[in-house]
Design a protein around this ligand. Structure first.
Ligand code: ATP
Length: 222
């Protein structure tokens, strides 16, 4: 089930839209999390998903990112199924999960370089620039084990600032653990991305995000 300002789309529109979900359903164990989720997002649109703990937000994001097979329905990106390895998704997608996934034994910049496969001096420069944009330049050389939760989160979010031309951002609880300055900076980055024609789907329990977004609330199907 779903609530929110999501309209039903028609077959003839489907191939012109960026991210299209058609009658998505998902079960975990013997529980149905949602059925018949249907929406489409064009370039420049932002969708915020909310819902209670366990309602299926992460499961839905993973389906959108092609990381999990839906039990019913399908998702396409730029007209190709997201599970199709030959589609555009792999080059266009930036997926940031809710766990920061920062290694304790690597410095902040090394963590980012590792995740983003940045190599050599040029890669290090890109990593340092991205960390600076994420407000973490003073901790670029701090080991993961010495970073606070919010700082670890910023390392993960610094991926948004690595110039890679990835048009689809899928972000799981990006605002968790951030102070108000970092929340404002993230909202500004999201707004800039959408103004450049990017598409964003994110989950949040907080009422945080850029202005003029669409919303979807998962309310549980059974
Ligand atoms: N690997 C798994 N095997 C079985 N059930 C799972 C698995 N992972 C998650 N679930 C169940 O699926 C349901 C939805 O989980 P999901 O993480 O998608 O919810 P969520 O809305 O993101 O929750 P939260 O707000 O707590 O992060 C939960 O009831 C959870 O117990």
């Amino acid at each position: 089930m779903q609530r929110g300002n999501i309209r039903t789309i028609h077959e003839h529109e489907r191939r012109y839209l960026s991210l299209v979900c058609h009658k998505l359903g998902c079960r975990r164990g013997n529980r149905t999390l949602f059925t018949c989720i249907e929406f489409s997002l064009e370039a420049g649109e932002v969708l915020r998903i909310d819902g209670d703990n366990g309602s299926g937000k992460t499961s839905l994001l993973r389906i959108l990112a092609g990381l999990r097979q839906a039990d019913t329905g399908h998702v396409s990106w730029q007209g190709t199924d997201v599970r199709n390895p030959d589609g555009h998704l792999r080059q266009d997608l930036l997926y940031i999960g809710h766990a920061a996934a920062v290694k304790d034994s690597l410095m902040a910049w090394e963590n980012l370089a590792c995740t983003e496969l940045l190599t050599g001096q040029a890669g290090k420069t890109l990593a340092l620039d991205a960390l600076a944009k994420a407000g973490l330049s003073s901790h670029a050389y701090t080991f993961g084990k010495a970073l606070s939760q919010g700082q670890r989160r910023r390392v993960a979010l610094a991926r948004l600032h690595v110039p890679r031309n990835r048009t689809l951002w899928i972000l799981d609880e990006p605002f968790i653990g951030l102070d108000s300055g970092a929340v404002d900076a993230l909202c500004a980055s999201m707004h800039a991305h959408r103004r450049n024609g990017g598409t964003i789907v994110y989950t949040s329990h907080q009422d945080a995000g850029p202005p003029d977004i669409r919303s979807l609330r998962l309310v549980g199907a059974g």
